[in-house]
Write a protein that binds this ligand. Sequence first.
Ligand SMILES: C[S@@+](CC[C@H](N)C(=O)[O-])C[C@H]1O[C@@H](n2cnc3c(N)ncnc32)[C@H](O)[C@@H]1O
Length: 235
Amino acid sequence: MSDATHDDTIDWHRFWTDADARDRADAGPSAHHATDAVAAFLDETGVPDAFADVGCGPGHVAFAVADRYPDTRVVGYDAAEPVLEENCERAREDGVENVAFERTILPAFDPDREFGVVFSYFTLCYVREIEDALRAMYDAVAPGGYLVFNYQNRLARAHWQRMADNPDEFLGEDSQFDADRFEERFRLLLDGENLLSYERIHDALGTWPQSVWSVVDKPDVRWAWRHHPLVYVPK
Ligand SMILES: C[S@@+](CC[C@H](N)C(=O)[O-])C[C@H]1O[C@@H](n2cnc3c(N)ncnc32)[C@H](O)[C@@H]1O
C-alpha cells in the first residue's frame, strides 16, 4: 500500500520498507538535534499529560519522552505504516506502556484527543498544504499547551539548492542523503513551495511563534538553526 505522500516527495512507505541503516539515520534527525531540546523544553514549560510526535519516523522523540515522563501518554504519528509497525514492535519488546503509534497523513491530523504538546520535526517540509497542516496540529493542542516544530526558511532553500546543484561536493559517499532521491524527496523545498517564516506562521495560526532557544539553552553543536528554526506557538 502506498502512503500517498509521493506526489510531493518520495514514497515514504517504500522508503521505510527498504531502509538500510544509513537511510534510517538520515531520516531520524531528531535523535541528534531535538531530543534533548524537547526534554529541556518540557522541563521548563511543564510536563504535559499527553504528547504527540507528528511525522515521528523511528520515534526517537516519542520513545525518549515516554521514557523520561512515565505519566505522559505519548502518541507517535506517521504517514508510513512500516515505520509505525516497527515502532509498535519496539514498544512491545521493550515493555513501554505509555506510547502508541497511529497513522496520519498531513495536512490531515484529527486525533480524537488533545495534547499538551504537539511536536513535529523535519516533516512539514514534505507537506504542500503546510498552513493546513499547521492549523490541524494547532487545533489538537490543549489550551495552555504548545505546538513545537521546526521549519525550513529561505536560507534552507538556498542551501538545499546548492546541494542539489553540486552533488559531487554535497551528496557524495559521506552525505546523509541519497543523491539519487534528493531532488524528488525535497521537491517542495527546492521549489520554494512551502517555506515558512514567523509572519506566515502568525498569519496561519493567529499567534506569533517564539524560538525554543528563548526558553532552553541552544545546544553547543554545529547545526543550522538559522535555516531550520525550532519554534513553539503557545495556545
Ligand atoms: C525526515 S523524517 C523525520 C522523522 C522524525 N521526526 C525525526 O526527526 O527523527 C520525516 C518523516 O515524515 C513522514 N512523513 C512524510 N510525509 C508525511 C505526511 N504527509 N504526513 C505524516 N508523515 C509524513 C515520513 O514517513 C518520515 O518518517
